[in-house]
Design a protein around this ligand. Structure first.
Ligand SMILES: [Zn+2]
Ligand SMILES: [Zn+2]
Ligand SMILES: [Zn+2]
Length: 346
């Protein structure tokens, strides 16, 4: 068993300087400097295009965000270095900064040999490969926080490497897909209870005005109106939400873009990410910041959720393919004896 001492938030400091010589930011946010909140909503697209290409050349893409700021993806290190120096678009004052999250990516490695290695040390050892942050997935069981051999690595590049070297071991890196965030107050997705502007709805029967704790009424889902609780993993709305998050990460696009894409596609069984996710397993919903370390296995309001459906297929650590993996899967109670079930293929 892991040393209890290294708690969930140990090794949480972020080392911002990149030691990987090949990595440079490719996504940049361009904001207007304005005293009266002017944005690019009111700026001619010709002017914007000319200002960008005129100073750094043709870029990979330029998009206007809903905020009215511009998101520019450059295609070379030279452009990356040039674009941050921009101060004006014609006579418009601007600031240019690397995008906070798009220039990094998260992946999961699984390694029993690293179970007792402190995350600080893992970070130090892997920094040279572009790792900027290390977080171990821990699970809560009987009130105790237990380490697992699954580790989330943040890389300082938009593209996730297929594998990394940890000492003499080569470990495959799987895409880290956080679970949809469901509000424990209104039961909707995409925000948490603390920032909820909706009304209290029962997670069991979908009626407004009471909590699910003592509710014995017929199950009904707030999000899809189906005959299940709002925390059910059989919920079509949950699956869709998961698909949107997966698409967002895989394609590195914004949430609204990903939602549009997913909604425009008909979900075909067999090729959606959801079907991949289904092949692993699920646990009760966990309300948390995707970056919070501890994975609680149940919440009071969700305690009626089934904890462990059968596992049919697990991500294989030595598999050459980089399959998406979700934290709930890795932190499932089924996993907490740290026995890794390997499937035979590959
Ligand atoms: Zn809410
Ligand atoms: Zn109810
Ligand atoms: Zn539903």
């Amino acid at each position: 068993m892991g040393k209890k001492k290294s708690g969930p938030f140990s090794g949480q400091h972020i080392v911002s300087k990149s030691s990987a010589a090949t990595n440079f930011p490719t996504f940049f946010l361009i904001k207007r400097i304005s005293t009266c909140n002017e944005t690019f909503h009111s700026v001619s697209p010709f002017l914007v295009e000319r200002a960008i290409t005129g100073s750094v050349g043709d870029v990979k893409s330029t998009k206007k965000l809903r905020s009215g700021d511009l998101l520019v993806e450059v295609q070379s290190r030279k452009q990356s270095e040039q674009i941050v120096k921009l101060k004006t678009f014609s006579n418009i004052l601007v600031t240019v900064s690397p995008h906070a999250t798009l220039n990094s990516s998260k992946g999961v490695i699984t390694c029993g040999e690293l179970l007792n290695v402190p995350t600080e040390e893992i970070l130090k050892e892997l920094q040279g490969q572009g790792v900027s942050h290390v977080r171990r997935i821990s699970i809560r069981r009987d009130g105790q926080l237990l380490n697992t051999k699954h580790i989330i690595l943040t890389f300082d590049s938009a593209k996730l490497p297929e594998n990394i070297k940890a000492g003499y071991m080569r470990l495959s890196v799987r895409t880290y897909i956080p679970n949809p965030l469901r509000c424990f107050k209104c039961q909707r997705f995409g925000h948490s209870k603390t920032s909820c502007r909706g009304t209290l709805a029962c997670a069991r029967c979908a009626e407004v005005g009471h909590e699910s704790t003592d509710c014995t009424r017929t199950e009904k889902c707030v999000n899809c109106k189906g005959e299940h609780t709002s925390f059910s993993r059989n919920c079509i709305a949950w699956k869709r939400e998961k698909e949107i998050i997966t698409t967002k990460i895989k394609k590195q696009i914004s949430y609204p873009e990903a939602r549009k894409l997913v909604n425009s596609q008909t979900l075909t069984p067999g090729n959606s990410y959801v079907s991949v996710a289904k092949k692993s397993f699920s646990a009760p919903s966990v309300q948390q910041n995707p970056d919070a370390s501890a994975v609680a296995c149940s919440k009071p309001s969700d305690s009626t959720a089934k904890a462990s459906p059968p596992i049919t297929n697990l991500p294989v650590p030595c598999s050459p393919s980089v399959a998406p993996v979700s934290e709930e899967a890795l932190a499932s109670p089924d996993f907490n004896d740290f026995q890794l079930v390997r499937n035979k293929k590959g």
